[in-house]
Ligand binder design. Structure first.
Ligand code: PHE
Ligand code: NA
Length: 458
């Protein structure tokens, strides 16, 4: 492979906007609408949100810039790009672990992401059937519980979701994806605004704002801080080679810094809007903010069941959630497929199929953790992991360990190992701005990540 292989082959995003859309497509997903509200609820609200926002600023944005930059400079799959750069920058081979961490983590994350994506898929049909109209919290909670209890249903939706992802990725990075994201992302924003508007009519909007934005640090545990850091990485898709893989298709004239900041703002905006849409409903219906992974699936249908046009809004909402999940899932499969193509010499369609099949198989473990294995806690002998199912463990391993530690390695590699010339050519930062950014990458970002881990170990 050659440096900037994708650039030389002319295999690139068609414009800056195309890259932004794809990267926003990767970033905005279940993480914003499903995960952010439920972990905020589980971790007591305001203080957690504050730490999460600090992690986006201190860790998320700098690592996103560094990761896209490494991707563009290497111009290949994460593994090949890292090999390339360790050679051209004359650094230690050990940095290549960044590439491997990426391939393995994106493989694992997709295995459970696809199961939750399957829930969104199932809910498009449920919303369209009108079954939420006039239903109360018990009926809606019962429907969700019923779905989880059925191994067959979850397997079916997980399979359909993976097939969609494999078909899209197998066709190549450009065809189709740009156009879909281009149209559907703005629609998702509009729909979220409508939901927030509806939430203001519940009489509990103030309470929700209070819950989300007035910090009560007594509610925040050290594991909560780790979860906030992990989620900052998860929601921006950083630390696991996805943004590196997308950066490898980035034209040379695109300003990476500005683009990364745009992506982070859009992603954070969607998460906060989702919270503002959901928590008023939680309080208005006497539900538990800490209800866990089912939170949006038991709150939003209640609202759709009560509002005028709820069948249409509900169907549209879950369809858009599904699209957001698909555009993220596509990006998770990309590093795996790029790697299979380069290293195993099999074509794109076959790589997508074999990669997708292996991921699907691992995903069955997550399917079972919501029913047959609900009481199976594989690592219960380690005190920290008591009560964690297969799904909990996978999520913890990837989101709270592999992604933030991958981010740490990326910051250190870009900050300490790369030569000035490379940074100048890719980022073009001048004088004070360059020094400020290097200070952040070398000290602030690593210190932020290190502090969280050290606290958790003690
Ligand atoms: N950022 C995506 C989301 O918030 C999840 C994701 C993680 C995508 C890792 C790619 C890689 O839903
Ligand atoms: Na996100």
């Amino acid at each position: 492979a050659t440096p900037k292989a994708h650039q030389q082959a002319g295999n690139l995003w068609s414009s800056r906007m195309a890259f932004i859309l794809a990267a926003v497509g990767s970033a905005v997903g279940l993480g914003n609408i499903w995960k952010f509200p439920y972990i905020t609820g589980e971790n007591g609200g305001g203080a957690f949100v504050l730490v999460y926002l600090a992690c986006i600023a201190i860790v998320g944005i700098p690592v996103l810039i560094a990761e896209v930059m490494i991707g563009r400079r290497g111009g290949q799959s994460p593994v090949a790009s890292m090999r390339e750069l360790t050679e051209t920058e004359g650094t230690r081979k050990g940095w290549r672990i960044i590439g491997w961490n990426g391939i393995i983590a994106s493989f694992l994350v997709l295995s459970f992401y696809s199961v939750i994506g399957g829930w969104a898929l199932a809910y498009v049909g449920k919303a369209a059937s009108g079954m939420f109209t006039g239903a109360d919290a018990d009926a809606i909670g019962g429907a969700f519980g019923g779905m989880l209890a059925s191994t067959g249903d979850l397997l079916l939706w997980h399979s359909v979701f993976m097939i969609i992802v494999v078909l899209i990725v197998g066709r190549g990075i450009r065809s189709g994806m740009e156009k879909a994201i281009n149209m559907l992302m703005p629609l998702l924003f509009v729909l979220l605004f409508i939901m927030v508007g509806y939430a203001t009519t519940t009489g509990k909007f103030g309470e929700a704002v209070n819950f989300m934005f007035s910090p009560d640090f007594s509610k925040l545990t050290t594991e909560g801080v780790l979860t906030a850091l992990g989620h900052a990485a998860f929601t921006l898709s950083i630390g696991i080679g996805v943004m590196m893989a997308y950066g490898s298709y980035l034209p040379q004239n695109v300003n990476i810094t500005r683009t990364a900041i745009t992506i982070a703002f859009m992603d954070t905006g969607v998460a906060l809007l989702a919270g503002l849409a959901i928590f008023p409903l939680v309080f208005a219906n006497g539900l538990e903010p800490g209800a866990g992974p089912g939170l949006i699936f038991v709150t939003l249908p209640l609202a759709f069941g009560q509002m005028t046009g709820g069948v249409i809004f509900g169907t549209l909402f879950f369809a858009l959630l599904l699209v957001a999940a698909i555009t993220s899932a596509i990006s998770m499969l990309e590093p795996v497929v790029e790697w299979l193509e380069e290293h195993k010499g099999i074509n794109r369609a076959k790589s997508a199929f074999f990669g997708g099949f292996a991921i699907w198989l691992v995903g069955v473990g997550t399917v079972l953790s919501f029913n047959v294995w609900a009481e199976v806690h594989p690592l219960a002998f380690i005190p920290f992991f008591e009560g964690k199912t297969v799904f909990d463990l996978l999520d913890f391993l990837v989101s709270n360990l592999m992604m933030p530690l991958g981010g740490l390695a990326i910051a250190l590699f870009a900050g300490w190992a790369m030569k000035r010339q490379g940074l100048d050519q890719e980022l073009g930062l001048q004088g004070g701005l360059y020094r400020a950014f290097m200070f952040v990458l070398r000290y602030l970002t690593p210190a932020g990540i290190a502090v969280v881990f050290i606290y958790n170990l003690l």
